[in-house]
Design a protein around this ligand. Structure first.
Ligand SMILES: [Fe+2]
Length: 287
């Protein structure tokens, strides 16, 4: 459990940013022709050496911010269909306003046609005004798995995949007690919206891969300069694969946009995860 509550000033700051950005977001959503840099997602690939799941594949999406369905969402669906995933993971920030609910579930149910879908919620989902029980009801109706501090176990290959989804760590709503112990053959994926979840993981947590979003990769990038915009909860983690305290963390740049409908030198991202054979350990006594 992220035990200490979010400080009131930080909660106020996050809420204020959402309240100020919502009308702007709502305004620009009406003009998809003003979007820039969002039309073509980049595909990233990571490999997980784990013999029992060899040949399995998952797709990771994040930060949809899908308040209105656009043609670019069909482009993303076409890309994902071509990958033929076994599972699809979405790590929060599904929408900004309640009006987005039918639009985002149109996209999610199309994903569900391709593979089982596992979701977590992000800070924008909580601030959107859509109650959590409505997200749950919609997810149930569309046969999508919304994981709120829960784990599910999927038999796969000759082993098992544990999919753990926690509520948003940047709002201190993640309860890490839902992470199960690890028997042989199991691969455990942790889905969380904000990358600061990694700061709360310890030796007791048997997690093989942590998937997050929240950063948008900075959304606007100037060459040779670190992103000047990163939301609270990133702690400097911008995008891509990194290692922390023995855990592997992937921060997805997301598919959508925040505040302005512009991604500058920071394309939307779809991540493909492939399970491969275990790499042979170095032989300490070569012939
Ligand atoms: Fe986001």
């Amino acid at each position: 459990m992220i035990r200490h509550p979010l400080p009131w000033y930080r909660k106020g700051q996050l809420f204020l940013v959402h309240r100020l950005s919502s009308p702007v977001q709502r305004f620009f959503t009406r003009f998809p022709q003003w979007e820039y840099g969002l039309s073509r997602p980049e595909i990233s690939q990571i490999e997980c050496p784990h013999g029992p799941l060899v040949g399995k594949r998952a797709v990771h999406l994040s930060d949809l911010h899908l308040d209105r369905y656009q043609p670019r969402h069909d482009v993303a669906l076409t890309c994902i269909a071509a990958m033929r995933p076994d599972w699809i993971f979405v790590t929060g920030d599904l929408l900004n306003v309640p009006d987005g609910l039918p639009h985002v579930f149109r996209f999610l149910s199309a994903l569900r046609e391709l593979a089982p879908v596992y979701l977590t919620l992000g800070n924008h989902d909580h601030f959107s005004g859509v109650p959590v029980h409505l997200f749950s009801e919609m997810a149930d109706r569309h046969k999508i798995h919304l994981l709120m501090n829960q784990a599910v176990f999927v038999p796969a290959g000759s082993g098992e995949l544990a999919i753990v989804g926690v509520d948003d760590p940047c709002l201190h709503r993640a309860d890490l007690r839902c992470i199960p112990s690890k028997p042989d053959g199991r691969f455990t994926i942790l889905l969380a919206h904000a990358p600061n979840v990694i700061d709360y993981l310890g030796e007791a947590h048997a997690v093989d891969l942590v998937l997050c979003g929240h950063s948008h990769g900075g959304q606007w990038r100037i060459p040779y300069i670190r992103p000047f915009w990163l939301p609270y909860g990133c702690h400097g983690r911008v995008s891509g694969l990194s290692h922390h305290k023995g855990f592997r963390l992937y921060v997805n740049r997301g598919l959508g946009w925040s505040i302005l409908p512009i991604r500058w030198r920071c394309a939307p991202e779809i991540v493909v995860i492939d399970w491969i054979a275990d790499r042979p350990r170095d032989n300490p006594h070569p012939a």
